[in-house]
Ligand binder design. Structure first.
Ligand SMILES: [Zn+2]
Ligand SMILES: [Zn+2]
Length: 81
């Protein structure tokens, strides 16, 4: 048995899902869209995306994630690569 009130929940959920699907990735350093062909790195702590070159430059100078402020090193970001 479905209640009509659950419809509201579904709508808001769809919007959230839609954002995840449709919103382009935005670099947390320069706040510009990250194109498919551009190299990106995700913060290992908050999962925020950024241009590879931008976050590496940022971390070299600041040593923390611009989004979650977690301590970061270049090694954290380039491990495995
Ligand atoms: Zn960027
Ligand atoms: Zn972060």
């Amino acid at each position: 048995m479905s209640k009509p009130s659950t419809g509201r929940f579904y709508i808001s959920r769809r919007i959230i899902v839609g954002e995840w699907i449709w919103a382009n990735l935005k670099c947390i350093v320069c706040n510009l869209e990250i194109k498919d062909y551009e190299k990106k790195i995700y913060c290992p702590y908050c999962g925020s995306p950024s241009h590879r070159d931008h976050i590496l430059e940022w971390v070299k100078i600041k040593s923390f994630c611009p989004y979650c402020n977690h301590k970061l090193s270049v090694k954290d970001l380039s491990s495995g690569g």
